[in-house]
Design a protein around this ligand. Structure first.
Ligand code: MN
Ligand code: MN
Length: 301
C-alpha cells in the first residue's frame, strides 16, 4: 500500500510568465522513456514481482522504497508543467463560448489545452503517451539493478538537457532538485550492485560527466545534504535499506546516510483556475459557493 502526504518534495516558485513551449519540453521528464513515470513504474513492478524477499530483504527494501519517492517526483513534474501553463490562456475574458483559446493555436502542446485543463499529461515531449514497454522487470536481481543504474543515468541526462533547454524558474527549480535526488538513486543502485557482486561502479560517477555542484539550482539541496541522503518512505517498513545504502559518496567522499522518514518537503502551491479551459469550470466561483455550503454542513471550517 501507499500512504500519501499532501506535500511537495521541494518548493517550487509561484506562476510567473507562462511558458507553454517549455512545458512541452518538461513533459519528457514525465512520460518520456527516461522520465519519472518510467522510474516509478520500473521500481514498482520490480518490487511487486520480487521473489525470495526473506533472503534478499535489503535489496527488496531499496527498490520498493525508491519507488515510493518516485511517486513524489511525478507529482513535482506535474506541478512544474501546471505552473508553466498557468496564464497561457486569458483569465479575465476566458469564458465560453468566446474564442479565448485562439491565442494558443499552434503554441506548445495542443493537448495541454484540448485534451486537458492546462495540466500535465502522461506523455513525452512529442505528445506520445507513456507506455508499459518502458518497464523492465526481469526478476533477475543483478539484471534489474544494472537496468536501474542505466535508467537513472538516462534520467540524469534527460534532466540536464531540459535544464539547458528551458529557462523558466519552475523548470530550473525542478531539474535542480531532481538532479540531486536522481543522483542519490543512481548511487544507491551502483552501491547495491557493488555490495552484491564486488563490481566498482563508483568509477562511473558523475555520469553524464557534469558535476552536480556545477549547477546552481542543485547547490541548496547539496548544502542541505540531500545528495547523500536516502529517505525512508514508510512509518515502519523498508528499514533494511541501511544494509545496502552505505559507504562514501562517489563525488564528495562523504558518508551516505539513511534518513528515518520522509523529507519535510514543502507546502503545495494552489494554482489559480483557468476558466478558458474549464479548469475547474467556466465559473469556478459557483463551485466555491457549493463547497463552502457543504463544508458548513459537515461541520468543517
Ligand atoms: Mn525520480
Ligand atoms: Mn530516481
Amino acid at each position: 500500500m501507499i500512504l500519501r502526504l499532501d506535500r511537495w518534495g521541494t518548493k517550487l516558485p509561484p506562476p510567473s510568465d507562462p511558458d507553454p513551449e517549455g512545458a512541452k519540453a518538461v513533459q519528457e521528464l514525465m512520460g518520456g522513456r527516461f522520465g519519472e513515470m518510467s522510474t516509478l513504474m520500473n521500481y514498482t513492478f520490480q518490487s511487486f514481482n520480487f521473489r525470495g524477499k526473506a533472503g534478499a530483504r535489503p535489496f527488496y527494501d531499496l527498490i520498493a522504497n525508491i519507488a515510493a519517492e518516485e511517486y513524489g517526483h511525478i507529482e513535482l513534474v506535474a506541478a512544474t508543467i501546471n505552473t508553466m501553463l498557468t496564464g497561457a490562456s486569458p483569465i479575465d475574458d476566458g469564458r465560453a463560448p468566446k474564442a479565448s483559446l485562439a491565442g494558443v493555436k499552434g503554441v506548445g502542446s495542443p493537448h495541454h489545452f484540448l485534451a486537458g485543463g492546462q495540466g500535465a499529461l502522461p506523455q513525452d515531449s512529442r505528445g506520445v503517451p507513456w507506455n508499459g514497454d518502458y518497464v523492465f522487470s526481469s526478476g533477475d536481481l543483478v539484471e534489474d539493478l544494472t537496468h536501474n543504474f542505466f535508467l537513472e543515468t538516462g534520467a540524469r541526462q534527460g534532466k540536464l538537457k531540459v535544464y539547458e533547454m528551458v529557462e523558466h524558474p519552475a523548470a530550473r527549480a525542478l531539474t535542480g532538485y531532481l538532479l540531486v535526488r536522481g543522483g542519490v538513486h543512481q548511487i544507491a543502485y551502483a552501491r547495491a550492485l557493488e555490495n552484491l557482486t564486488g563490481a566498482n561502479l563508483m568509477k562511473l560517477f558523475p555520469s553524464p560527466r557534469v558535476r552536480t555542484d556545477q549547477i546552481p539550482e542543485c547547490r541548496p539541496h547539496i548544502e542541505r545534504g540531500d545528495h547523500r541522503r536516502l529517505y525512508r518512505f514508510s512509518p515502519e517498513d523498508y528499514t533494511e535499506i541501511v544494509a545496502v545504502f552505505n559507504g562514501p559518496h562517489p563525488e564528495t567522499g562523504e558518508d551516505l546516510i539513511v534518513a528515518d522518514g520522509p523529507p519535510e518537503g514543502a507546502e503545495p502551491n494552489d494554482l489559480p483556475p483557468q476558466p478558458a479551459v474549464f479548469a475547474p469550470d467556466y465559473a469556478p466561483e459557483e463551485i466555491n459557493e457549493i463547497a463552502t455550503r457543504l463544508k458548513e454542513k459537515a461541520g468543517l471550517k
